[in-house]
Design a protein. Sequence first.
Length: 153
Amino acid sequence: MIEVSEIYVDVSDVYVLCPHCHERQGYWYEDPKGASTVCDQCENDFSVSAAAELQMEGTNSSTNHSLVEKLQADYAAQGLALKAAKAMQAGETERADRAERALLRAGWTHAAGCAEWKPPLGPSAYPLLEKIDNLMAELELESAIAAVKGGAA
């Protein structure tokens, strides 16, 4: 079963530019109050938020605009993937519900919270269950004998 809980947007392509030397930094911060850091190139202190960086004077606004568009496109694509996954999950749930109803109609039962289904029990089922147990014991015995013979050879 596919389980989808949230949309994840990869923002590794978003970066900040130093307001002093306008060099691209290798990381970014998304902090409404601004994140203090030191420029790798000029070693000046600056404080910037991702939102404010997009509006800064002297930055390459066309690059920033294309990054925003890329993030919006990624978010939209992942939204479509989320909808498809939820639809697939709903289909799997529907198939499981049909199978469960068929088992219930056939008399099978299961304890609440337990994934193991039990066959219908009753006087007519006891000889069949006993026969199944005997056959399983015979198979286990035969496989144990074969393993011993295979190890001795």
